[in-house]
Design a protein around this ligand. Sequence first.
Ligand code: ATR
Length: 280
Amino acid sequence: MKKLVGLIGYPVSHSMSPEMQNAAFQKSGLPFFYEKYEVHPDRLEEAVNDLRTKGFAGWNVTIPHKQAIMPFLDEISEGARKIGAVNTVVNEHGKLVGHNTDGAGFVKGLKRHVHFPIEHANVLIIGAGGASRAIAYALAQAGPKSIVITNRTMEKARDIHNECLRKQDSVMGLEEAEASLSGFQIVINTTSIGMKNDGSTPMDLSLLVPGTVLSDIIYNPFKTVFLQEGEQRGAVIDNGVAMLVLQGALAFEKWTGVQPDVELMEKILLEKLGGNYVNR
Ligand code: ATR
């Protein structure tokens, strides 16, 4: 019998997850089927109950439901609780458990580019929204020497520092971070600056040291101006494709207990985005 999984969000029409997940289910010979469902915020509780009644094996959650869904679930993993958002629900014999695979997916992708012990790295995270929070939490678990968060609104950076980071981590103003850029081996843009492709970047990269790993969680445009500037300065660049693929691969594993064909998932997304591997 077919096992159902899917995505709930508002809107969801742009999502490439169905193609990516269904190809991986087929490749693994698993009887799962993934579909997207547009759920208006007013109907979220009803939709969760509906998915529960229909016996869905689990589902992904996207904007604007990642926080709002939490009260309707039976259990929240420690990570999702700290991050304050759920992107993956697993139906464990009728018990709905909320997880967050966004940060762990990002870190897995980042590690493809980090060819030195992560314990030696000083990491700079730019931005303090939901994506930053997930990444900060998962990165802290990976154990770099230090994590610094910078953001236009410092209060939000301080909140993430207090709730998701460790004693040796800190917050820094944008100008100070720009001036200290040579001290970071990994720099991550989690802001939406660059998405509009209007030439704006989150930070001046004049002091970037060649060989620094420069990551942007944006995947459309495929190579943001931030990454282009970093590449010109000799950075190892990483766009948002890996995070998108690997958060999905981790959700796949939670639903099925099996590891998917990540290369296939990535190939499908790259075809749809019309891009190429970045630094691989
Ligand atoms: P998400 O949940 O996807 O991470 P978000 O919560 O809207 O998105 O966060 C967006 C991030 O981009 C924030 O860090 C935001 O800075 P503020 O916290 O100061 O708002 C940052 N951001 C977006 N547009 C910006 C801009 N024009 N200049 C500086 N920072 C910007």
